[in-house]
Design a protein around this ligand. Structure first.
Ligand SMILES: Nc1nc2c(ncn2[C@@H]2O[C@H](COP(=O)(O)OP(=O)(O)OP(=O)(O)O)[C@@H](O)[C@H]2O)c(=O)[nH]1
Ligand SMILES: [Mg+2]
Ligand SMILES: [Zn+2]
Length: 374
């Protein structure tokens, strides 16, 4: 692998002597040198904050330091809780890990340096503790906007199962379209799961199933209670890296329990149902499936923002609009107020779904953040 040098800020707290905690001693014993060789470190006279150090990174992933592969183990982040990360290493162990300070200096968003699903290199410092030394480049990232910043919920997933309840809470089609747009943006294959079919008339749902299926999105009717659709869902999850997302209370954990009862994930008790704003699942955890593959059960999402989306991009999330777009009178038609718009005409003729068009208008108007009712 080609090497490259990179200059990074030295954090102010690095100038203080490291506290002599157990795990610090551990990596000293492993021969790890926290500070780069003195020759590579240049100290300017401006004070602590302008100090820099040079680290060696890979040319192909210019944000990560190289690691000594004879000392470090590859692993996968299964859970992130506060500053701790639970990493499952290739040898099957689970280590509680902190993140090496230098990775924080390299990151633009400290909260997403390490996310559930990340492939990392860990330096073991004791039987059950380690330090994350490197995060491999991510693919398939599910993110959300949180206080104006992008927050990575899960990394390295192939597909997202968008779970919507038909009742309790009521079906919200515009939310499906937002989840779908986010999947498109993150290059993740979506699957739609309309759950709690035992509470509704499935016949009334056929047009929705038909419409999304025609767009090439597997769309299932499921019930965690009766077991309907569970076998098909299991087949779709087999040997894949999936994330289960959807509002609180739609039955995400219940579905996973139906798929693999040994998981025994906590689901909302009937007595808790009216406690709005409280999630039963609180962390995004990576769960190994016994028939192959991994899933991540996420807490219901309150705010589902399309991070960094410009209005012109929204059209691209509605693939079925594509054949009509080129027929609009104006080449830069936004399909909102323009005359002789082929998209609007197709909606009027019911070639396109009115519901989908409303979702388009909502997203186009910059209404990227939708607060869920939970
Ligand atoms: N009738 C019916 N109830 C269901 C079904 N699936 C889940 N439930 C109930 O819906 C409630 C919420 O289920 P959970 O599995 O906790 O929902 P969740 O999506 O994991 O919620 P959070 O963890 O808060 O995000 C529970 O009381 C479940 O028993 C279903 O298919 N039919
Ligand atoms: Mg849950
Ligand atoms: Zn148009």
């Amino acid at each position: 692998m080609a090497k490259k040098k990179k200059r990074v800020d030295l954090k102010k707290n690095r100038s203080k002597p490291a506290r002599d905690k157990g795990w610090t001693r551990g990596f000293q014993q492993h021969g790890y040198t926290e500070e780069a060789p003195v020759s590579a470190e240049r100290v300017r006279t401006k004070g602590d904050l302008s100090r820099k150090r040079t680290i060696e990174t890979d040319a192909d992933s210019d944000h990560m330091p190289r690691v000594d592969q004879t000392l470090c183990l590859p692993g996968r982040v299964v859970t992130v809780f506060g500053l701790d990360n639970l990493v499952q290493t290739a040898d099957g162990r689970r280590l509680r890990c902190k993140v090496r300070q230098v990775l924080k200096s390299l990151s633009t968003d400290e909260r997403s340096i390490v996310a559930t699903g990340d492939r990392v290199w860990v330096l073991p410092v004791s039987k059950d503790e380690g330090v994350i030394e490197r995060v491999e480049p991510r693919h398939g990232v599910l993110t959300r906007a949180s206080r104006g910043r992008e927050h990575v919920i899960v990394a390295n997933v192939d597909q997202v199962v968008i779970v919507m309840a038909i009742r309790e809470p009521d079906l919200k089609l515009h939310l499906i379209d937002r989840y779908l747009a986010s999947a498109t943006k993150g290059a993740i294959q979506p699957i739609i799961c309309l759950n709690k079919v035992d509470l509704a008339d499935p016949v009334a749902l056929q047009p929705i199933v038909g419409y999304y299926s025609q767009l090439g999105i597997p769309t299932l009717l499921t019930s965690a209670t009766t077991g309907q659709g569970i076998e098909r869902l299991r087949n779709l999850l087999r040997d894949r890296q999936s994330v289960i997302s959807g509002q609180s209370g739609v039955g995400k954990s219940s579905l996973l329990n139906a798929i693999q009862p040994e998981l025994a994930l906590r689901v909302r008790e009937v007595s808790e149902v009216n406690q709005k704003g409280k999630h039963t699942t609180t962390t995004a955890d990576l769960i190994a499936l016994d028939f192959g593959g991994w899933v991540v059960d996420t807490p219901g999402i309150r705010q589902f923002g399309l991070w960094d989306t410009i209005p012109e991009e929204v059209e691209g999330f509605f693939v079925e609009f594509r054949p009509y777009v080129s027929l609009c009178a104006f080449p830069d038609c936004t399909h909102t107020h323009e005359d002789r718009c082929a998209v609007k005409k197709a909606v009027a003729l019911r070639y396109l779904s009115e519901q989908r068009y409303f979702s388009y208008l909502g997203m186009f108007s910059g209404d990227g953040q939708v607060a869920g009712p939970d």
